[in-house]
Design a protein around this ligand. Structure first.
Ligand code: RUB
Length: 308
């Protein structure tokens, strides 16, 4: 798929989930570079910038896409000609995609250690990283039960329960409003992440914060499964994460409610750090309070020069 097709597929949710959209963005930019006709360095850089922006505008909340795109074009301006730039973009994209896939596997192994045989687990929406944790525990022979939320309005929970059931896991689908009722039986909650802020808040599918509150009340552990490229550098500088709002027809059909009724359809919500027991990353388990240090270490102290 070219850049425009990839951006359209991300926007209409054919490609969805923070990790998948990041890898799709990296791959689309790599294909753009490989297929580029022309040798003029400035024209290449300007067309690359346009391609980057088309991808970044496709979904605003997940910083994974921003990080994937920026990892792919990193260092390109230091190259002397188009040939070198294309080679660098291709290799950056391959590295990003490989690291991202390896991180999902590694987080699965780390997170699975928090699951004991007999545990009851809850998950929300459809996170490939949270599912990696749950499936790894099951493949290790642990006897587990999973409750998965439907996740209105897109019902990504159907994908989750299908995946878990195909694996042979004892799986129950629940409606979103049953979360607190069921939480009494739950030992651990595992959810994914679209973005994690510098102060350790989690931005994930709307309703995640309700699972966190209910888990806190029921004394169930609440774990976030997230590659570190879902840490948002922009939040270090005070930027807020934009919470995507999607079409109201995802919630109600045309004419279903009086025209005077307003419909609000936020796609993500924010879970404060205090409700998160740990973030499971490819660098190991960490507290939400460690996110700042990891982010600064990964970005290097030079990032502060631009604001000081
Ligand atoms: C998906 C969602 C997932 C995260 C993490 O929302 O909120 O929990 O994206 O996914 P949507 P992963 O369906 O709106 O994209 O762990 O696969 O990166």
């Amino acid at each position: 798929m070219n850049v425009e097709q990839t951006a359209a597929a991300i926007k209409d949710m054919t490609i969805r989930g923070a990790g998948k959209i990041a890898r799709a963005g990296a791959s689309a930019l790599s294909d753009f570079a490989i297929g580029y006709k022309g040798n003029d360095r400035d024209s290449f850089l300007s067309d690359l910038d346009k391609a980057k922006n088309i991808l970044l505008e496709s979904r605003p909340t997940a910083v994974s896409l921003w990080n994937g795109v920026h990892a792919t074009i990193k260092g390109v301006e230091d190259m002397k000609d188009v040939g070198e730039m294309v080679a660098l973009i291709q290799s950056n994209a391959e590295t990003f995609i490989d690291n991202s896939n390896n991180a999902v596997r590694f987080i699965g192994e780390i997170g699975a250690k928090r699951i004991k045989s007999g545990d009851v687990i809850m998950t929300h929406c459809n996170s490939s990283v949270a599912l990696s944790v749950i499936k790894t525990a099951f493949r290790q022979g642990k006897d587990i039960k999973v409750y998965a939320t439907e996740s209105r309005p897109w019902r990504q929970g159907i994908l989750t329960v299908t995946d878990l059931a195909n694996e042979g896991i004892d799986t129950t689908l629940i409606i979103d409003s049953a979360v607190r009722t069921v939480m009494k039986k739950v030992n651990e909650v595992f959810v994914g992440a679209d973005t994690i802020t510098s102060h350790g808040a989690l931005i994930n599918k709307v309703g995640t914060s309700q699972l966190a509150l209910a888990a806190n009340e029921a004394r169930a552990q609440f774990y976030v499964c997230s590659e570190t490229y879902k840490f948002s550098p922009m939040t270090l500088f005070g930027d807020r994460v934009t919470i995507e709002e999607r079409d109201i027809e995802e919630v109600v059909r045309k004419g279903e409610v009086p025209a005077s009724v307003k419909v609000f359809n936020p796609v993500f919500d924010s879970t404060p750090a205090k409700y998160i027991d740990a973030i499971i990353t490819e660098l190991g388990m960490m507290s939400p309070g460690s996110v700042y240090d990891v982010m600064v270490k990964q970005l290097g102290d030079k990032i502060f020069q631009k604001v000081i």
